[in-house]
Design a protein around this ligand. Structure first.
Ligand code: FHN
Length: 431
């Protein structure tokens, strides 16, 4: 690829992801037939369930409590600005009315286009909408041979016969992406998942796929997993980006220590995706992360120029688990008072303080104090650089004291008090 072409791709990526880097916080939704066995979305592969033995889940799927308007309200009240729903996960079941398969929600007892209802409900609440689409498909006759759940290609006759297009699967996969980007209005995010081993890039005919995507919805942002796997999700290829390298990196269940940068150290768009209870698909068990942990991870992502996508796994009836709703509601209470320190914020030009993290927007610096202090809180290097400080939660003024006389503190400013955890301050910073 020429340097000029690479620069053009990087410039377009920067423009496309502006809203994404403003919004910072989204909801991931993994939902499908696997909600019935309720042991996570990989249950078919992990337990080597045959297509025939998985079929009863298709026949009985009837989420009569599915109310995407309630989902959208929960996301909005949590302070989330966008949401991504699985249109098709690895088991191949389509939550949308695809013309290319009978393995879809409109052919179940539900008789509903679950994707369309999701898109309508979340748009109505003012959230941006994205669709997750699995490159892997354990149901398609030209793909699965799920003997090896990650590498079914290796024992797949169609793949051996025609490794470039492995039968009709790529035609099917590209065709479904075309359906999703043609029949459902404006889609803001296309979230592909995932490449692995030899199955990467052009093995998916990724350039052709991206040319189609860009022609149908030029504004849409695409993750980096046409070119990366889950564990590689934290990287994005910036110095020589291919058309399919993606608009944002997608670290999974991890927050990169320094965020994601290009070789020159320039920050790149990225989004960490995490589960609430260790499973992406519905599982009533599992340890739920607390609202405090979610808030801290959100602050950490933003303090490193990143986004956080928090997953919920609705049950087979279409209901979001009560435990998930409770965590989301508590996160929303914090966001209602501190959202100014998240939306549109970026990494501050300061070292990470020992007591928490900074985020910044324009000349406002936000101090997120995570640990109750034993004494004055040291705003290292900020002596004389803070015009005033306000507590975000109630707008009250906070006193900034002068540096201590001891030599090593002469450049520092101090909050001369101890504060409870989770405080955020607006520090209009003159620097
Ligand atoms: O295998 C999938 C998994 O089920 C889930 O969808 C995650 C979410 O990012 N992605 C893959 C694992 O990396």
């Amino acid at each position: 690829m020429t340097t000029k072409a690479a620069h053009s791709i990087i410039a377009q990526r920067t423009e496309r992801t502006k809203w994404f880097q403003e919004d910072r916080f989204g909801m991931f939704i993994h939902w499908g037939l696997y909600a019935i066995p309720a042991r996570g979305e990989w249950v078919r592969s992990m337990e080597q369930i045959s297509v025939e033995d998985y079929q009863p889940y298709f026949e009985e799927f009837n989420p009569d409590q599915y109310d995407p308007k309630q989902w959208a309200r929960a996301a909005k009240q949590a302070g989330m600005k966008y949401a991504v729903l699985t249109a098709k996960h690895h088991d191949g079941f389509c939550l949308f009315d695809s013309g290319l398969t009978a393995y879809k929600s409109t052919n179940t007892q539900a008789k509903r286009d679950l994707v369309r209802e999701f898109l309508d409900a979340f748009r109505a609440e003012g959230l941006k909408v994205g669709l997750y689409y699995s490159l892997i498909d354990w149901h398609h006759p030209d793909y699965p041979a799920y003997g090896d759940p990650i590498h079914p290609m290796r024992n797949n006759e169609a793949f051996k016969r025609d490794p470039e297009t492995f039968g009709s699967y790529l035609t099917y996969m590209h065709g479904q992406v075309r359906e999703l980007l043609t029949n459902y209005g404006r889609i803001d995010i296309m979230w592909f998942d995932f490449s692995y081993g030899e199955m990467v890039g052009e093995k998916w005919q990724a350039t052709k796929l991206m040319e189609m995507i860009r022609s149908l919805q030029p504004h849409i942002i695409v993750d980096n997993r046409l070119d990366a796997s889950g564990e590689q999700g934290g990287s994005i290829y910036s110095d020589n980006p291919q058309l399919y390298s993606g608009d944002f990196a997608s670290p999974e269940q991890i927050i990169p220590p320094e965020g994601v940068q290009d070789e020159a150290g320039n920050p790149l768009p990225w989004e960490a995706c995490i589960t609430l209870n260790n499973d992406w698909g519905y599982n009533p068990n599992g340890h739920y992360k607390s609202a405090k942990v979610i808030v801290r991870k959100l602050v950490e992502c933003v303090s490193k120029n990143g986004n956080l996508l928090v997953n919920i796994g609705p049950d087979a009836k279409g209901a979001i688990p009560q435990k998930s709703l409770r965590v989301l509601a508590e996160v929303g209470q914090w966001m209602s008072k501190n959202r100014a320190s998240i939306y549109g914020c970026v990494k501050a030009g300061l070292d990470k303080p020992e007591w928490g993290r900074y985020t910044q927007r324009g000349n406002k610096l936000y101090a997120h104090i995570f640990e109750e202090s034993i004494g004055p809180i040291n705003l290292r290097g900020l002596n004389g650089k803070i015009k005033r400080a306000r507590l975000l939660a109630d707008g009250s003024e906070l006193h900034i004291s002068k540096p201590w006389s001891a030599k090593q503190y002469t450049d520092d400013a101090f909050f001369n008090f101890s504060v409870p955890e989770h405080f955020s301050f607006a520090l209009p910073d003159e620097t």
